[in-house]
Design a binder for this molecule. Sequence first.
Ligand code: PFF
Length: 461
Amino acid sequence: MAARGGFSNKLGFIAAAAGSAVGLGNIWQFPYVTGQNGGAAFLLVYIGWIFLIGLPIMVGEIAVGRKAQSNPYGAYKKLGGKSWAYVGLFGIICGVMILSFYNVVAGWAFGYFLELSFGNLLNEQDYSGFFSAYVADFRDNLFFSIAFMVITAYIVYRGVQKGIEGTSKVLMPTLFLILIFIIIYGLTLPNAMDGVSFYLLPDFSLINGRTIYTALGQAFFSLSLGMGALITYGSYISRNDNIVNSAILVTIADTAVAFLAGLMIFPLVFSQGQSPAEGPGLVFVALLGVFQTMGPLIGKIVGGGFFLLLCFAALTSTISLLEVPVAFLVDEKKWSRKKAVSVMALLIFLIGLPSMLGFGAVGAFTEFVSYEGGVKSFMDVVQDLFFVISLPLGGFLLSVFISSKWKTAGLSEEISHGNPSYGGSFIEKFFNLMIVYVCPVVLGAMFLLTVLQKFFGVELI
Ligand code: PFF
């Protein structure tokens, strides 16, 4: 273990895993996807997925990683043999593709931080127009996303304890505080309560197949599940740690931040008379008008602080995304950490270029293909293929792997280290039920439903 590195203690793991989970998925994506899918009804479905399916899968991933002491490919290979190793490899590829677009959005957040803190962004009249022009500007985006990837690579290069753990421990609590501050401010604005109703009073007629699978993909993405990030982080924890407690804490922290991000955004959106279904620009547009009303100095401080923290939240996630292929190359191909980090960071950056160019800079990537009743950009396609569909599929494969190959006895045995009362407990029965019966059936069915509905226009529910 010493040679591979590891977290210093349980808190270090929780901070790093929560850092991986809490990111752009919570603060940028969750509010806009909720806004596009009916508000409160979506929130309810999302929370159901998180606790019924997400939590057991998270525990399963961490246990697999700790048992095998390896990256996802090596872990599946060690516990399941050569053919299962491809499942691990598939997860690693998903992580590479996710980081390719994630880094682009992180670059926007970085650019907004600089524009707000040091520029004249608070004098703008039309923030929606500004955002569209901003993301279409190739040069700025290129610069900011290179910068973000370089910082990510540097932290991952420094290793698990100094880099990943140290960074996460400081940044996560600060983020929480600034969210609370903006929520309280937002709730005092006129019409804020319309936003609260949209977000918290469900209209069940808005639940349909699309809401259900979008919420599932979002839940997996937000918890960093289905692609082996937590197998990798699990391989760095001690056998004395209580996996179940850690997973519950990470799940609650992640869900709390997503929930609070919604509670921050929707009152602001409604108080400014904007549409909650604005799409990816939601956070970048809705918040700016509010920072403007705070006046030049306070607006700069709070606005700059917010986007800085958004960058930090993104950073603790990008490092976990990069760590997955790096751990693979170090463990399996015996590359040095330095070589693995440099090659992967460059490769992933290049793969992300079409996503970056697909917001107006290059027409062919902006209007890349059409399906699901609309035109999709290159980034939309990468998101659909590598997280909306693949992460729940990764969860399906993990549950099939545990129930058919590793067996629940193996799972329970691993979890019992650091948690002696696990065997025979209610929570053990719940996890086993979920992993052996519910996850394979539900996630398998959701995979089919999503593919049929998204790409073939067949609406089963
Ligand atoms: N959970 C991260 C977020 O919500 O922003 C995204 C993510 C990170 C997904 C790491 C997957 C992963 F392995």
